[in-house]
Write a protein that binds this ligand. Structure first.
Ligand SMILES: Nc1ncnc2c1ncn2[C@@H]1O[C@H](COP(=O)(O)OP(=O)(O)OP(=O)(O)O)[C@@H](O)[C@H]1O
Length: 212
C-alpha cells in the first residue's frame, strides 16, 4: 500500500466518521490520526504528545504565523489545530501507519497552497442531495438546532468547492454506505482510476439556503 496521506473532506454529517470507523475496523493497524495541538489545560490521564501537543497560546500563535497549521479553530476559548508535521509524524513515528485527515475545504486549500509536499490523496464525500444531508444531521441527534444551521451553511461552501473541476482526486457520493465504503477502500488501496462520482446539482433545499 502506498503511504500517501488520505484527506477526507465533506460537509459535516455526510458520513466521514462512519466511513473512517469502518476502515479502522477492517484495517486496525494500517491507519493513524495525527496528534493535534491545543492551548487547553492538560487533563488527568492525558499524555502530552499523545492525546494532544499541549502548548501555550503564544506558542500556538507563533506556529500559526509560521504557517505550520493545516487548520486551526477556537472551541470554548481554546485553540486547536493540526500541523503538517503532525501528519508527517504519523508515518515517521507511527510504525508506518498511514495518516487519515478529516478536514474542511479551507484545510484542503491550505495544504495545496502551503504544504504540497504532503501529497495526499484528496477524497470528497458528498451527500446524495443537500436535503439528505439535512436529514442526516437532524437524525444524528447530537447537534443543537443552531449547530445544525451552522453546519448546513458551511456545507454550501464545501459543495461549491467540490464542484470546481480538479479540486479532488475522487468524489464519492455516500448514498449507500456499503458501496461508498467499497469505493473509498479501492481509492485508498491505489486501485486507480476509481471512477469518480459527481457532486449532485443543487436541489431545492440548497437553492433556498443559498438565496436566504
Ligand atoms: N450512507 C448512509 N446512509 C444513511 N445514513 C448514513 C450514511 N452514512 C452515514 N449515515 C449517518 O449519517 C449521520 C452522520 O454521519 P457521521 O457522523 O459519520 O458524519 P461526519 O461526516 O463524520 O460528520 P462530522 O464532520 O460532523 O463529524 C450518522 O447518524 C450516520 O449513521
Amino acid at each position: 500500500m502506498s503511504q500517501r496521506p488520505i484527506v477526507l473532506c465533506g460537509p459535516s454529517g455526510v458520513g466521514k466518521s462512519t466511513l473512517i470507523k469502518k476502515l479502522f475496523e477492517e484495517f486496525p493497524s494500517s491507519f493513524g490520526f495525527s496528534v493535534s495541538h491545543t492551548t487547553r489545560n492538560i487533563r488527568p490521564g492525558e499524555v502530552d504528545g499523545q492525546s494532544y501537543h499541549f502548548v501555550t497560546r503564544d506558542e500556538f500563535e507563533r506556529r500559526v504565523r509560521n504557517g505550520e497549521f493545516l487548520e486551526h479553530a477556537v472551541f470554548g476559548g481554546n485553540m486547536y489545530g493540526t500541523t503538517a508535521q503532525a501528519v508527517r509524524d504519523v508515518h515517521e513515528k507511527g510504525a508506518g501507519r498511514r495518516a487519515i485527515l478529516d478536514i474542511d475545504a479551507q484545510g484542503v486549500r491550505l495544504i495545496k497552497q502551503n504544504h504540497p509536499d504532503l501529497n495526499p490523496i484528496y477524497v470528497f464525500i458528498s451527500p446524495p442531495t443537500f436535503g439528505t444531508l439535512k436529514e442526516r444531521l437532524e437524525g444524528r441527534a447530537t447537534d443543537s438546532k443552531d449547530a445544525i444551521e451552522r453546519r448546513l451553511n458551511m456545507a454550501l461552501d464545501e459543495l461549491a468547492y467540490a464542484r470546481q473541476p480538479h479540486s479532488f482526486d475522487c468524489i464519492i457520493v455516500n448514498q449507500d454506505l456499503a458501496k461508498a465504503y467499497e469505493k473509498l477502500r479501492s481509492v485508498i488501496q491505489g486501485e486507480v482510476p476509481v471512477p469518480s462520482d459527481s457532486v449532485p446539482p443543487e436541489d431545492e433545499a440548497e437553492r433556498l439556503r443559498r438565496s436566504s
